[in-house]
Design a protein around this ligand. Structure first.
Ligand code: BGC
Length: 778
């Protein structure tokens, strides 16, 4: 996050207090968790030195009897680790144990039966690095640098005769610190020296440590997406002095894998970039302090293959240099993500619109990395909850998000929840960055309630968030008592409204009037969510209480922000405030709604038919228009090419949605390198509008979910055909909206068995449709 001058002064005081508060919150939470019972006992082992090595390897030799029936390995770690049994990788989860707050560790379970050699000696090896635990992403090195890395493992071998043997991590494991993995960090990258002898002499007994952590089962884990792997054209050579640029054609999060041949001791450096400079070289300016570099030293024994496993990068291009000639016979980009089991697909007859869709999908995939990250390339990659909340509806079309958001994300939010009920804007936070100034902030902290709300509304079941309800209730009570959320400093982050082009008075956020309105609007939205949860969970008293709070907040908002004539007061005039008022039903009556819509339209026209919204407002804008009869204007914004717009990004080479509308200026130069990610999922929110409006698929209006869903397409002749499918547990919803050559519009749709739909076509009385294939021609 970048903050300007006056914010820095404000936050300096906040930080002193915040530092204290962050520690105390972490401590309180941990103490509370411990009372809940920490579960299985783990023995943590580390290298035997002073705990300051950047990476090390632990190993254990063990016998395995002949009549083994099953072997299960449980493991967790402080720092990213990789386990092999007899040289073969255990499991397919990347970046274990996962990104969580430091006081919580995720545990994993793998069946290793087939990796063990029965009746023989077996070797388990674990490589442990700093990543996520004491590297730069974990926080200030002064705070985190002395934490020891460690792992805890437990192998259970079950035999056919009923015998059970266990091998746990213990001091009889051996450790070596001079080995091939030289070091790794999430921002730094990974260094690996394949020329270091395999016979690593100097193995010593491991040392036991007692970290103050609670171990919980892993959720929302990261895996490599084999179906999305991209290959570079091979073979190619790289000679000393050369900087070879490889273009994968797609920006994404992941890492490279390669097979290379060259002399022993040759040093390869592979740097990662999202975009190119005009001269065709890689642009690294926006990576902040992320070195984002793989350093690999060749072993020199014929073709050798490597992929870094302790880090990841956000990139489309790599720049390869080598200290001696090398030849690559394979070079691939392996995307990694928590996104799996994709459920939705949407495609149109317009190649440009398809590129927006693809940008949005890839930005979502790239930024679900054990936590929803803001970006995946620069020295940040953190769980900024405001961004996460904005992209939830779009993400829910792309994949089955329940475990990720309700399991992992909500659990992380609870860990950092303040004792007074406020959620943190970051989750998990980087140590030292979860100060008081990050708590209770409008749009970001509200995500503690609104992420689960949006997920549950999509899937039509508010009970699935029952585990999180006590925590959300606590936030509700804080809102009630303190009048929160606070406007904070971010507001409609990165909007153009009021700032105009080139006016840097509000270079990142929005003005304070807009921010006050946003806080009031989020307050109403939060209470609406709480009412939905309380009612579904049978918490009648809470439901009544939060209903009253919502109505009071709404009345207050009407009094403060709307004039007698029903219009939003002039100082609050912005596309974002109008759009939020319309979509969140915040206008005092029908006359006010009509006036707000008219003002929104006028604002857009006066701005040259441009959208001016930022991170918060964009998610509401198109819906505010298309749901209120301004379908064509919504499509105008979608199809606009000049900045700010989605097609402006596409025209400037985007393959993922950018952080800023003007990440690249029209003269080809780059915006402020300190904050210019080319892979942020916030503006991917448009994907939700595409499913709901262009394709028309929507969860049922009353209960949500898809047992009884809605089809409400709003087509526009400029996009001749839209085809979408969405997989639900009962089958596949399919739609195809198409203008035919005779000028007619055809809507084909499939309602899966066991479900029904209410169909609302333009200018036609709504009708019900049961399972089967249907077609309507208008
Ligand atoms: C992030 C944003 C985030 C913000 C909070 C930025 O640096 O990339 O997406 O929400 O900080 O201000």
């Amino acid at each position: 996050m970048i903050i300007d001058g006056n914010r820095m002064i404000m936050s300096a005081i906040g930080k002193l207090f915040g530092l204290y508060l962050a520690v105390s919150v972490e401590f309180q939470m941990y103490a509370a968790d411990r009372q809940m019972g920490a579960g299985q006992e783990w023995t943590w082992i580390t290298e035997s030195g002073n705990g300051l090595n950047r990476a090390f390897v632990l190993r254990k030799s063990l016998d395995c009897g002949t009549n083994l029936s099953r072997a299960i390995l449980r493991h967790t770690g402080l720092g990213v680790y990789e386990i092999t049994v007899n040289g073969l990788r255990v499991g397919d989860v990347e970046l274990k144990p996962g990104f969580t707050s430091p006081m919580v560790r995720e545990s994993h379970v793998d069946d290793v039966t087939t990796l063990l050699k029965v009746g023989e000696k077996n070797v388990i090896e674990v490589e442990v690095s700093d990543s996520y635990w004491r590297d730069l992403i974990a926080g200030d090195p002064k705070r985190v640098g002395r934490r020891p890395n460690a792992v805890a493992l437990s192998l259970r071998m079950e035999y056919q005769d009923g015998r059970v043997e266990t091998v746990d991590s213990a001091p009889d494991w051996e450790v070596v610190s001079v080995h091939r993995l030289r070091g790794a960090g999430i921002y730094e990258g990974e260094e690996y020296a394949a020329n270091v002898s395999q016979d690593r002499s100097g193995w010593r007994p491991a040392r036991i440590v007692h970290p103050d952590v609670r171990v919980i089962p892993a959720k929302g884990v990261v895996r490599m997406r084999k179906d999305l792997v991209m290959s570079a054209k091979v073979p190619f050579t790289v000679c000393p002095g050369e900087k070879r640029v490889v273009d994968f054609g797609q920006n994404a999060a992941g890492r490279e894998s390669f097979t290379v041949k060259g002399a022993a001791g040759t040093r390869l450096e592979i740097r990662h970039a999202e975009v190119l400079n005009p001269d065709g070289t890689c642009y690294f300016g926006n990576l902040r302090r992320a070195k984002a570099t793989t350093v690999y030293t060749l072993g020199g024994n014929g073709p050798e293959s490597f992929r870094p496993l302790h880090t990841y990068y956000g990139f489309r291009y790599v720049e390869i240099s080598a200290s001696a000639p090398v030849e690559f016979s394979e070079f691939k980009f392996e995307p990694i993500t928590s996104v799996r089991n994709e459920t939705g697909r949407i495609v149109t007859s317009d190649p440009d619109v398809n590129r927006i869709i693809s940008c949005a999908e890839w930005a979502i995939r790239s930024n679900q990395m054990s936590v929803p990250t803001d970006c995946c390339q620069r020295g940040e990659r953190l769980g900024w909850m405001g961004d996460a909340c904005v992209s939830v509806p779009a993400a829910c079309w792309l994949w089955d998000t329940q475990e990720f958001y309700l399991g992992k994300v909500a659990r992380d939010q609870r860990v950092l929840q303040h004792a007074d009920g406020r959620y943190c804007s970051l989750s998990p936070g980087r140590s030292g960055e979860t100060g008081n100034d990050k708590y209770g902030i409008c749009g970001w902290s509200d995500a503690g309630v609104l992420i689960p709300y949006r997920v549950c509304a999509h899937f039509g079941d508010f009970k699935i968030a029952s585990e999180h309800y006590p925590s959300m209730r606590k936030y509700g009570l804080w809102l009630e008592e303190k009048g929160g959320p606070f406007p904070g400093v971010w507001g409609d982050w990165l909007s153009f409204q009021r700032t105009g082009f080139g006016d840097m008075r509000y270079p990142y956020g929005s003005d304070s009037d807009t921010q006050r309105f946003l806080a009031a609007a989020f307050r109403v939205w939060d209470f609406s969510a709480l009412v939905a949860f309380a009612s579904a969970l049978g918490e009648q008293e809470d439901a009544a209480r939060f209903t009253a709070a919502r109505e009071a907040a709404r009345t207050e908002l009407h009094k403060t922000y709307f004039g007698e004539d029903g219009r939003l007061l002039r100082e609050y005039a912005a596309q974002t405030t109008y759009a939020m008022a319309l979509v969140l039903d915040l206008c005092p009556g029908a006359r006010s709604r009509a006036a707000t819509l008219a003002d929104l339209e006028l604002n857009i026209i006066r701005c040259g038919r441009r959208l001016m919204t930022g991170v918060i407002g964009t998610q509401f804008l198109l819906e505010a228009l298309s749901e209120n009869g301004k379908v064509q204007l919504a499509y105008d914004l979608l199809l606009r090419r000049a900045c700010p717009s989605w097609l402006y990004m596409v025209d400037h080479g985007a393959t993922t949605t950018w952080e800023r509308w003007d990440g690249i200026f029209s003269d080809g130069s780059f915006n402020d390198p300190k904050m210019n990610s080319f892979n942020h999922a916030d503006f991917a929110c448009v994907l939700d509008w595409m499913y709901r409006t262009m394709a028309g698929i929507r969860p049922g209006p009353v209960k949500g979910g898809f047992d009884d869903f809605e089809l409400v397409p709003r087509p526009d002749r400029r996009i001749r055909m839209v085809e979408a499918s969405y997989r639900i547990p009962k089958g596949m919803i399919r739609v195809k909206s198409e203008y035919t050559l005779d000028g007619k519009w055809t809507y084909r749709f499939t309602v899966p068995d066991g479900t029904s739909a209410t169909v609302r076509l333009p200018g036609v009385e709504p009708f019900r449709a049961g399972p089967g294939d249907h077609i309507r021609v208008l």
